[in-house]
Design a binder for this molecule. Structure first.
Ligand code: G1P
Ligand code: ZN
Length: 543
């Protein structure tokens, strides 16, 4: 084996967004592009020589090609061992499990999450640290700095590795282990959940559909639901991972998971429906003709956690991202535990979890997770719900309605405006911010502004500061509107408008969210000039 040192020069814009570096496949296919980025990751780290690295991805186009390159760069940079999921596959939460279980130095996950895949789709690369979670900002900033000054990378001249066969290969001093991508993850789920009671639920004739959206969770869900828990074959749909996700957009929401939504809102619908995204960290929960918002899902899981073996001793705390609804806060109040409000992105939960300050975490963007890993975990959330359904033997809808009756309902919706001109989006945010100095106390419809700010966060563990995390406006009646620009898009800007309205009156809980939020939706446009700046007369996606 020879190590070659290749001269290179920086590429512009290798900046890590909310969740790693995401670009079109064609951008990654440029000579040296991936190599520069991977070498920059390694150059920004210290002390990994001889240690273990975990590598896997969501199976999208370019996954395997990228893995071959990364293995050669890892060998040339003196990693001791690399664990690779068979066929290059690992869901994001499974990668987190492996990093933790095998005390790896870190992991590289190839994924652009829920963004479309295929030759014309998106590709992405994320770096996770030794706690199994996404690299925090000081690490991602250091990587970006390296990408701006890189002048050479090291790579071996070895042949490609066969990723299809389990087993071990030696490349120079580095060992490559091809491992079962599912086994360690399943073992952890068996520790957390009551598999016997879930099995009994299916034996009683309980019906469910899980939509893997032709993405990574297919093999995981089929193994757990159909093989371990005895759910009938066909419970998992779109279960074979495809490089282009079957042409779909693997994002589990009411717009993109339409195959599942049609079934759950159709005749003879199953009792429980769920879906996960491209890399397996997101989840959507449905009952028969009933949608559970991710914010409510977090609150319901928290309120019922002690019914689940892994959480029977109660929760240390709950954490939610700032734009996520305050439904979980009501549960935290009742349980007398802390509820943390963090900026958007899973990386902000890592310190809280490591310090034992929180047990459950959630984001409105279909992300829920716990201290079992340091990523959000789609299938875990589905199993948590299944365990609750097995324990309570009530419908999803009844569980949620009883929850609202007890805690009040936080009507919630997110309106996305995708592909907006970047300058127009920035101007909208700047204009909005410029109005903040005289907003307090002002009335909009029936809502009076209580506070408004550009959200900043001081991490309670390491005291690091994150500024500019979104414009939030809180009203005296507990309603909120939040404006943020996406950090994961690959084309233009995406404006996200988050709307929330708290209703205690059970008689009004049956209302449709868009109806309950109609006034706030108007107020949002009035405040920010959404139509004027974006040129859109309605959002491109409503969740
Ligand atoms: C989006 C979500 C955010 C999530 C991230 C990665 O980021 O809003 O909650 O953590 O994807 O899945 P955004 O595009 O809003 O920056
Ligand atoms: Zn994802």
């Amino acid at each position: 084996m020879n190590i070659q040192t290749i001269s290179t020069s920086p590429f512009e814009g290798q900046i890590l967004g909310t969740s790693g570096l995401r670009k079109k496949v064609s951008v990654f296919q440029q000579p040296h592009y991936l190599e520069n980025f991977v070498q920059s990751i390694f150059d920004s780290l210290e002390g990994f020589q001889g240690k273990t690295l975990v590598i896997g991805g969501d199976g999208r186009y370019y996954n395997q090609i990228a893995i071959q390159t990364i293995l050669k760069i890892a060998a040339a940079n003196d990693f001791g061992q690399v664990l690779v999921g068979q066929n290059g596959l690992l869901s994001t939460p499974a990668a987190s499990v492996l990093i933790r279980k095998y005390q790896a130095f870190g992991g590289i996950i190839l994924s652009a999450s829920h963004n479309p895949g295929g030759q014309d789709g998106d590709f992405g690369i994320k770096y996770n640290i030794s706690n199994g979670g996404p690299a925090p900002e000081n690490v991602t900033d250091a990587i970006y700095e390296q990408t701006e000054k890189i002048s050479e990378y090291r790579i071996t001249d070895t042949v490609d590795i066969d990723l299809t066969q389990l087993g071990e290969t030696q490349v120079g001093k580095m060992k490559i282990k091809i491992i079962d991508p599912v086994a360690d993850y399943v073992a952890l789920m068996e520790q957390l959940f009551d598999f016997e009671s879930m099995k009994a639920l299916f034996q009683s004739g309980f019906t469910m559909r899980f939509d893997a959206m032709h993405a990574i969770t297919g093999p995981y869900a089929t193994h757990i639901l159909e093989e371990k828990l005895g759910a009938p074959q066909g419970t998992v749909m779109n279960g074979i991972p495809l490089e282009d996700f079957g042409g779909g957009h693997p994002d589990p929401n009411l717009t993109y998971a339409h195959d599942l939504v049609d079934i759950m809102y159709g005749e003879n619908a199953p009792q429980f429906g769920a879906a996960s995204d491209g890399d397996g960290d997101r989840n959507m929960i449905l009952g028969t003709s009933f949608f559970v918002t991710p914010s409510d899902s977090l609150a319901v899981l928290a309120a019922n956690a002690t019914l689940v073996p892994g959480y029977q001793d109660g929760l240390a705390g709950i954490a939610r991202s700032m734009p996520t609804s305050e439904a979980a806060d009501h549960v935290a109040d009742e349980l007398d535990i802390d509820c943390y409000e963090t900026p958007t992105g899973w990386k902000f939960f890592g310190n809280l979890l490591d310090a034992g300050k929180t047990t459950l975490c959630g984001e409105e963007s279909f992300g829920t997770g716990s201290s079992h890993v340091r990523e959000k975990d789609g299938l875990w959330a589905v199993l948590f719900w299944l365990n609750l359904l097995a324990a309570r033997r009530q419908s999803v809808e009844t569980i949620v309605r009883e929850h609202w009756a007890k805690y009040g309902r936080n009507f919630y919706s997110r309106h996305d405006y995708e592909g907006v001109d970047e300058q127009a989006a920035t101007e909208l945010m700047e204009h909005l911010y410029s109005t903040f100095s005289h907003l307090s106390g002002k009335q909009f419809g029936s809502h009076v502004v209580e506070y408004c700010d550009n959200f900043g966060y001081i991490d309670p563990v390491d005291h690091s500061i994150s500024q500019d995390q979104g414009m939030r406006i809180g009203f005296q009646d507990g309603s909120r509107i939040v404006f943020r620009l996406s950090g994961t898009g690959t084309k233009g800007a995406t404006l996200r408008v988050y709307l929330e309205f708290y209703e205690e009156d059970t008689a009004k809980h049956h209302l449709d969210a868009q109806t309950a939020l109609a006034e706030l939706i108007k107020v949002a446009d009035e405040m920010a000039g959404i139509k004027k700046y974006t040129g859109y007369d309605k959002p491109s996606v409503i969740t």
